[in-house]
Every structure is written in C-alpha cells, then in structure tokens.
Design a protein around this ligand. Sequence first.
Ligand code: BTN
Length: 272
Amino acid sequence: MRKRATEPIRSLLRARGISWPAPIERFRNVGSTNDVLRERARAGARGWHVVIAEQQNAGRGRQGRPWVSRVGDLFLSLLVRPVDVPVETLGVLPLLAGVAVSQAAREWGVEPRLKWPNDVLVGERKLAGILAEASSAGLGLEHVVLGIGVNLALDPPEHLRGVATSVREETGRTPTPDQAAAALLGAFLAVARTLAPGGVAAVVSAWRERAADWWGREVEVSSGDTRLAGRALGVDEEGALLVQTGGGTIRVLSGEARVLRLAEERAPEGRS
Ligand code: BTN
C-alpha cells in the first residue's frame, strides 16, 4: 500500500484553526479504508485516527453492497473510541456522522437531507454514504470505525444513474478529496464538540432538522434478517426509526429503510 503525504490536509485543517489530534494516513489504493483502520484500531491506534484512500478496490457499503470507489471522490474512515465522546452518544454516532457530512456539504454549496439512519441525499439521489462498524470486547464497546464516502466528481456507472449524484453534478464545482477531507474532519470535530455535551437529544434534534421529508410514507425496513413494512412516523428521542405497522408501532434501532410509495398513493381500504 503506497502512502501519500498528509501535510496538505493538515495544513488545510490548520487554516481552519484545527490541529488534528491523531495520525492521518493517506494511501493511493487500499481494499477498504474501514478495514485498514480496523487493523490500526486492533493494534492500539488512538481515537480520531484517520485513514484516507484515493481509491478502494473493495469499498464496502451497508448491507454488504459494494461502494464504487474511483479516484476523485472521498473515501475516509475515522476511529472513535468510547473515551472520545460521552458514552451515551455512542449509539447515535451514525446519526452524528450524517449531521457532520451534511454540515460539510453546505460548504460545497449543497444542502443535502438525511435519510434514516445516515444516507446523505440530494432529492432522491445519494451524495454520500456512511458505514459505521462497531467492535466489542468482553462486555464493552471497543471502538467504532466510521467510514464515509462522498461523491465529489462521480460520473455514475450505468447501475447508479438516477440513484447517485455528486458535488460536481449539483454545483458545477468539484472540491479536491483533500479539501473535502479537511471540511469533513473540521465539521466532525465541531459537531462532536457542540452536540456531544448535549447528549443524545442534541444529536437527534440536529439530525431531525436535516431529515428528508418522508414521514407518513410507506417504507420497507430491513434489520438483520428481519423485514417489515409500514408507515415511517419519525425518529424517537434515541434515534430509533418508528414504523407504524398493522400490529402497532415498532422501534427500529438499526437497519436500512426504503420508501415504497407515497402514503397518498395507497389504495383506499377494501380496494386493491
Ligand atoms: C452506504 O452504503 O451508504 C455506506 C457507504 C460507505 C462507503 C465508505 S467509503 C470509505 C469507507 N470504506 C469503505 O469500504 N466503506 C466506507
């Protein structure tokens, strides 16, 4: 794995008044930045350690999907240890990451909305994705690797047309991956500092302000091997998705949600 200089990112961070508190590693090509960072974590890396790659050969999305990872976009993983943020906010880290990405995107002239748990969308199309992978040892959480992919310059392959967008497509401007990394890390620190002291409620409320307006719509949610369909009602005080089903309201703590159709389009009762 060939390493690249990280001084340009550190200097962009310094220009924002940030002295990044941990190592930043930048590679030309890796399998997955999440996997490299997990190895670093197992070897004792401290919290806020960052791994960035120009491209990934085996970029991973949620639910085992591949993540298209070509030069020009941002592929970044960030290590969070339980000591780095108030312990009660660990469960909402994926939401906090979504808030940070949407904050950074404003700098690029994009106002994305968040889809539970942390898809970053412009309209219906995905601008960025977050893969949060936790590792536990004994009784406790050891660390969380937050992997973030941002489409900066993506020219979507056929199967992603209409599904993915990029900063370039939305604004005509293309931040470099280094500029995007500095904006993202800066936003992450700022969001963690301002929201974490307020605990889960502050994170959830910031997330709600940026949420895509799909409440009341019919959704299908998969969580592990379980699937359920119902109407998305919102997120509760702990960041869980509330879904109204025939059997009552269900709280979904983690998983993936997909809008099926607009609630208004539902056939009237008794008709198919
Ligand atoms: C999603 O499915 O929405 C999550 C996509 C996460 C992609 C990022 S790119 C950096 C990090 N490394 C990976 O292999 N995946 C995440």
